[in-house]
Design a protein around this ligand. Structure first.
Ligand code: ADP
Length: 798
């Protein structure tokens, strides 16, 4: 290390000649050298000045060399010192080293003593520097250790250091947290801190280093036992300090506060859930409360309608009926929205036929549309698959709602329903449904809120059209539950388009219509002529599933060539499906050529598929022997019915029909012994009236307990069981009856539960209790009679 300042040396020597000689020599080597001629002077020099190095002769006046070293040493100001001794005086040298001298030189001028001095100085200074550095490092280490100790002591977390399980150090916080003194800790094992219930797998691991490897550290929550016997919740982070010696450090944080917050949050969550449940239960029971009197109203209105009424009275009763139906819709909406909001709606995933669903909805909705003079148009793009997997009930609910709104809010024009394929999403097909109307539209400032529950665009509009403002909220939530989203575009005065996307899986083994229609085309040779690849694909898929053998041609020219070839090889086509609009030779031209080719042997049925319904086409069809023509997009069912008809088999179309009003032949029901269990006198009256024309005998029980007694005493063909009753409810009564029947070895009597609960779970509840079936109030006469027939008819047929 280069020093900027010269090195100061004190040379204590009583021989002035030698002293000067040495001084000169060392000065020449760059040192600054002072001389002291005796021991006392030497000590005094140190009091006035400081030196980097001292040479001291042993034999000096006043104090000898050893004395000088001793004095300076005792004052703590001894510099790096080299003792100069006479020949053979090693004892003195050893003594000097003991007192703190760093080295010694034997004063033997003849042996080149002077020459040795510079290297002795260098060696001495080097040595000194090493010592000094070491001291400094030790000092720094001490300082850092103090720092760590401070950290250790002042940490807000309790720190434990343990070796093979035995506690060897703890900080102040550990003492405060657990109430032991440090001395007590040092007699304990870390395991002593764990109460039985807090001794987890993790805490076992850190008891010793076994199980922890040298780099692993673990974090876990546990309990610590305090000196007073209570426990404290802690989070421990533990790691190895010395793997060999099995020294482990554990830092314990008091998490009492955190645990309390967590518990409070959990409690709040539970409370919220309870409140939510209470809300749902409230809605369910409210709907029950409303349904019960509704039962009386609707039932009585139905009965009244069957009596002799003046036209005016009939009108009044109709108002009754429709008001009742409206009220029921509202109740159902309320139950629906509360179920959706409470997360109680679970979607089904079942096979369904999209075309079937939409066509049926259109059939029903068309009645309402036509009443208002509106056109209801449905179109599905050809690439929309129809054999889907999903929840048809919910899809129907959404569509009915949107189409219903469009009809409701449109005075003239049309409601147009369209389904398009919107790409694929996670292996499912995404469909885009849109319902466009030419109605009153929605003002831009209202468009954002119409999807909120109980919100309507305009209260004056509502007064005119009625409604609860729940339909769109339910629909939107259902769409989102399905994984799609709902959109609306509207121009006031011009109309609105409500659209939504929804993903569906495609059935792997579609059943669809084809099975329902049961058309067998096994081995039937069909020629499909269409320039549109997608159309050909649809026809191919549909018909080949039924066993038909399909040949495709993409133009009139190719189609004709193929047709001729088949005729010539005496293997003609039984059916030709021809597209009207094709470039080059169009459908009618092709049909004309076919007619000519066939001549008199008319063994091929020709069917034309057109996109427009021009009246002239009909005439052309007749002229070219075209037995059937269909307007695209062709409904699958229509196509199959047409083919069946052409091929000489008449089959009934199963789609596109409004379900017939159900009627029941009352004469078929034999005289029955019925036990009616019902606490409400109104409802008893209605049910009794329903049976008025049949020769049945009805016994009444006002509650479950009476019912069980009567059941045991009498002999009944059927029990109609209300569910909510005082004293004993219907579920309990049913269970008791079933138990008794079993004990008696009797066959189960049909028990039909009559409840005001419309929820799915309630149906299950009745069935679980042992009921044979479940009817929801208000109960219509036909529904009840159907059920009665179903469960007693079997007996009477015997
Ligand atoms: P509501 O039972 O009142 O019809 P909805 O939630 O179905 O409840 O609709 C909310 C409101 O949105 C309606 O009251 C109406 O103002 C507006 N709306 C819905 N559909 C249409 C539509 N096709 N044309 C115009 N306004 C509509």
């Amino acid at each position: 290390m280069a020093r900027s300042e010269p090195i100061h040396i004190l040379y204590v020597e009583d021989d002035p000649g030698l002293a000067r000689l040495v001084q000169k020599k060392l000065q020449r080597a760059g040192y600054v050298v002072d001389i002291a001629s005796d021991g006392e002077q030497g000590v005094a020099k140190f009091e006035a000045d400081s030196y980097d190095l001292m040479f001291v002769d042993q034999n000096l006046p006043v104090y000898d060399g050893l004395e000088v070293i001793r004095i300076l040493g005792s004052k703590g100001i001894l510099p790096p010192t080299i003792m100069i001794t006479g020949t053979g005086d090693e004892k003195v040298a050893v003594e000097a080293m003991k007192l703190g001298a760093g080295d010694y030189i034997v004063k033997d001028v003849g042996a080149g003593y002077l020459e040795l001095l510079p290297s002795a100085i260098e060696k001495m200074l080097r040595q000194h520097r090493v010592i000094e550095e070491k001291q400094q490092a030790e000092k720094a280490l001490r300082k850092s250790e103090e720092g760590f100790r401070k950290l250790f002591e002042q940490s807000n977390d309790a720190i434990f250091i343990h070796q093979t399980g035995r506690i060897i150090d703890v900080n102040q916080r550990a003492c405060e947290m657990l109430g032991y003194s440090k001395e007590q800790f040092l007699t304990m094992d870390i395991a002593d801190l764990y109460p039985q219930e807090g001794f987890t797998e993790s805490s076992k691991k850190i008891k010793t280093s076994q199980g922890l490897n040298s780099i692993e550290s673990i974090l876990f929550e546990t309990l610590f036992k305090k000196a007073d016997g209570t426990v404290v919740a802690v989070e421990i982070s533990s790691g190895i300090i010395d793997f060999e010696k099995k020294i482990i450090q554990g830092i314990a944080r008091d998490i009492t506060e955190r645990k309390r917050t967590e518990a409070e949050l959990q409690k709040a969550k539970e409370e919220a859930e309870t409140a939510n449940r209470a809300k749902t239960e409230f809605l369910a029971s409210m709907s029950h409360e409303i349904r019960t009197p509704m039962n009386a109203i609707i039932g009585m209105a139905d009965l009244l309608m069957e009596t002799q009424l003046t036209p005016e009275q009939q009108q009044y009763v109709q108002v009754f009926q429709s008001a009742g139906e409206n009220l029921l819709t509202i109740i159902n909406d309320i139950i629906d929205i509360s179920k959706v909001e409470a997360g109680h709606v679970q979607l089904e995933t079942i096979d369904f036929d999209l075309t079937d669903i939409i066509e049926k909805i259109c059939d029903v909705m068309a009645v309402r549309a036509h009443e208002k003079g509106l056109e209801l148009v449905y179109s599905a793009m050809p690439d929309v698959p129809t054999d889907l997997l999903g929840d048809p009930t919910r899809l129907r609910q959404i569509l009915v709602n949107l189409i219903g709104n469009s009809i409701k809010f449109t005075e003239k024009g049309q409601v147009f329903i369209q389904v398009e394929s919107h790409g694929t999403k996670n292996g499912n097909i995404e469909l885009l449904f849109s319902i466009t109307d030419t109605g009153i539209g929605i003002a831009p400032e209202q468009i954002d809120t119409i999807f909120d529950a109980f919100t309507q665009a305009d209260s004056s509009v509502t007064r005119k059209y009625g409604g609860t403002g729940l339909g769109l909220a339910i629909s939107k939530q259902l769409v989102e539950l399905m994984g799609g989203h709902m959109m609306v575009e509207s121009k006031p005065g011009q109309g609105s388009t409500f659209s939504f996307t929804a993903p569906f899986a495609i059935q792997t083994e579609p059943k669809g219509y084809i099975e329902k229609i049961a058309l067998d085309m096994k081995g039937v040779k069909v020629l499909v002529v269409d320039d549109n690849e997608t159309n050909r694909m649809i026809l191919r898929n549909t018909l080949s599933k039924l066993g038909a053998i399909i040949t495709e041609s993409d133009s009139g020219e190719h189609g004709l060539a193929e047709f001729k070839r088949a005729m010539e090889t005496a293997d003609p086509y039984q059916l030709a499906l021809i597209d009207h609009r094709m470039p080059g030779m169009d459908g009618f031209e092709l049909a004309k050529h076919i007619k000519e080719t066939m001549g008199n042997i008319k063994n091929t049925a020709v069917m034309m598929l057109t996109s427009d319904n021009r009246s002239g086409d009909r005439v052309l069809c007749k002229e070219f022997d075209i037995t059937f023509y269909l307007v695209k997009p062709v409904k699958k069912a229509e196509l199959l019915v047409a083919i069946a008809t052409i091929m000489g088999r008449k089959i009934e179309p199963v789609v596109g029909k409004i379900p017939e009003a159900r009627s029941v032949d009352l004469t078929k029901i034999r005289s029955l012994n019925i036990l009616l269990v019902e606490d409400s006198a109104d409802n008893r009256l209605i049910i009794q009236a329903y049976f008025k024309r049949a020769s049945d005998h009805i016994d009444i029980a006002e509650n479950g307990a009476v019912a069980v007694e009567k059941f045991k005493a009498g002999k009944y063909d059927l029990v109609l069981m209300d569910v909510q009753m005082p004293i004993m409810d219907g579920y309990t009564a049913t269970r008791e009856i079933r138990k008794w029947e079993q004990e008696q070895g009797r066959k189960e009597t049909p028990i039909i539960a009559l409840t005001a609960h419309a929820m799915k779970e309630d149906v299950q509840k009745s069935l679980d209790a042992g009921c044979t079936d479940h009817l929801t109030k208000p109960i219509k006469r036909t529904t009840l009679m159907e059920a009665v027939q179903k469960y007693t008819g079997a007996k009477s047929n015997k």
